[in-house]
Structure formats: structure tokens, C-alpha cells
Ligand binder design. Structure first.
Ligand code: PXP
Length: 263
């Protein structure tokens, strides 16, 4: 039995749109100095205390942010369900089966990309994906597929037997960023139509990528969307909101040192 059985047994709140906090970019910052600060596990614990429903982290092939041991610690030291994002590869499958998180989200991965640029083309890669879906499902891990908000992809995901799809909100984010009302409407409609279709055929719908304070509410209003996974903006905003506090603390320590009040 996995050590975090009590966490995975805890039912996720079905009554509201859940918030999954992605801590990848806490690790990006940590890795800039190859040390252990800031710690993504500590960040996940703070997110849990602030009301997050789950934690998401992406173990990329190049380990540019999250490292293997982060995944083990996120799974056992936070007390929230872990959503383990990974590419469909043998290496990742082995690690995921060993970590044994609550959930795995299969995502496409290109080495050269800055972030996950689009959804999985499930419709054209069913044969490759079914192997990973079956192995993870057999291990008792809930599998989701990160897909573009397109009906064809939603139906293909259903054909693979996964219980969850996460809709890539990147195009919607871009439209909001460019303040193009027609495009915003069009991209939002794609999310709504895919969410409705998925819900109708028995899939649980999640969404994520590029969500911010400015663009989250129209997506959160869609009743079929049960969970939002948000990372980069939250970590960026933590710096904006938190820098005042950390600079004040450093100021105090320096001033106290001069007056002989050492910690
Ligand atoms: N969901 C998935 C499947 C992702 O790959 C990502 C980005 O890694 C996110 C959500 C979070 O996106 P963002 O960091 O832009 O909020």
C-alpha cells in the first residue's frame, strides 16, 4: 500500500470548481541556483493551507524544473492529491508507477518548447497512448489527457477510456492577452462546447494553461469544468504580492544587526 493512501482516499470536493496549484516554476527559480530554495514542496504546503484542492507538477524529460525527488515529496509531504504531469514515455511511466500519485495527466512534450504549447493529439495517437493509459489505470491511478478544446479530441479521449480530460486554455489566454473580443469569444466557446460534450459522454472536465486573475472567471463559470490547474501566474504573482514582505524582513534583520539584536 502506498504511504499516502489516506490522501488518495480523501474525496475531491465535487461541489465547486477545484483549484489545482502547479508548482513547476517554484522549482524553476530554485534551479536557477542549483540549491534547495525556494522549495516546491514548501510552496505546495502553503498552497494547501491557502485553499488549493490539489497540487500539480510536471516532471519533464530534461528536468528543467521539477526533479524526481520533488515528485516523491509532493506526494507524501503535502496532504493533497498530486496530479503528476508527464509525457507518455517508458521512463516517466516507470517513475509514475513508483511514485504512485493520485492522478497522472499525460501531456505532449517537446524539448525546445518553453511550456506545453498545445494538447495531445489523441485522435491520431490512440495506439501509442492506450499502453500508458492502461498501465496507469491498472495501478489505480486516475488518468487524464491534456487536449485542445476540440470535439474530435474529446471523443478520442473517451474512446481510450480515461475518466478525465484537461482542456488546454492557452489559445483563450492568448486571445485575452491580445484583447481581441471576437477571438476571446471564439476560444471560450471552444472550451464551453468541449466541456459540454465531454460531460455529456461521461468525462470529468478540467482546464488549464495561461489562466490569470484577468481571464479565469469566464472559464470558472462553466459548470462542466470541475477543476482548474494554474501555475505560472500564481508563482509570478506570489513574487509580486510577497516581495514587500520579504524585503521588509531583510531590512529588519540588517537594521537589527547594527543595533545588536541578533537572531
Ligand atoms: N495544466 C497542464 C496540463 C499544464 O501542462 C500546465 C503547464 O505546465 C498547466 C496546467 C499550468 O499552466 P500555467 O503554468 O500556464 O498556469
Amino acid at each position: 500500500m502506498s504511504p499516502h493512501k489516506s490522501v488518495t482516499d480523501k474525496k475531491l470536493d465535487a461541489s465547486r470548481c477545484r483549484l489545482g496549484v502547479n508548482v513547476d516554476h517554484v522549482a524553476t527559480l530554485r534551479n536557477a541556483r542549483n540549491g534547495d530554495h525556494p522549495d516546491p514542496v514548501r510552496a505546495a504546503q502553503l498552497a494547501a493551507a491557502a485553499g488549493a484542492d490539489s497540487i500539480t507538477a510536471h516532471l519533464r524529460e530534461d528536468r528543467r524544473h521539477i526533479r524526481d525527488d520533488d515528485m516523491y515529496r509532493l506526494n507524501t509531504e503535502v496532504g493533497l492529491p498530486l496530479n503528476f504531469e508527464m509525457a507518455a514515455t517508458e521512463e516517466m511511466l516507470k517513475i509514475a508507477l513508483d511514485v504512485h500519485p493520485y492522478a497522472v495527466c499525460l501531456v505532449p512534450e517537446k524539448r525546445s518548447e518553453q511550456t506545453t504549447e498545445g494538447g495531445l493529439n489523441v485522435a491520431d495517437h490512440k495506439q501509442e497512448l492506450i499502453y500508458y493509459v492502461d498501465k496507469l489505470t491498472a495501478a489505480g491511478i486516475r488518468v487524464s489527457l491534456f487536449i485542445d478544446p476540440e470535439i474530435q479530441q474529446v471523443e478520442a479521449a473517451r474512446d481510450l477510456g480515461v475518466p478525465v480530460v484537461e482542456l488546454h486554455a492557452g489559445a483563450y489566454h492568448e486571445a485575452v492577452h491580445k484583447t481581441q473580443p471576437d477571438l476571446i469569444h471564439q476560444e471560450l466557446q471552444k472550451i464551453i462546447a468541449s466541456a459540454c460534450k465531454g460531460n455529456e459522454i461521461g468525462l470529468e472536465i478540467h482546464a488549464g494553461h495561461g489562466l490569470t486573475f484577468d481571464n479565469v472567471q469566464p472559464v470558472a463559470m462553466v459548470p462542466e469544468v470541475r477543476e482548474l490547474n494554474i501555475g505560472h501566474f500564481l508563482v509570478g504573482e506570489a513574487i509580486v504580492m510577497g516581495l514587500d514582505k520579504s524585503v521588509r524582513e531583510m531590512r529588519r534583520l540588517i537594521d537589527d544587526a547594527r543595533t545588536g539584536t541578533l537572531v
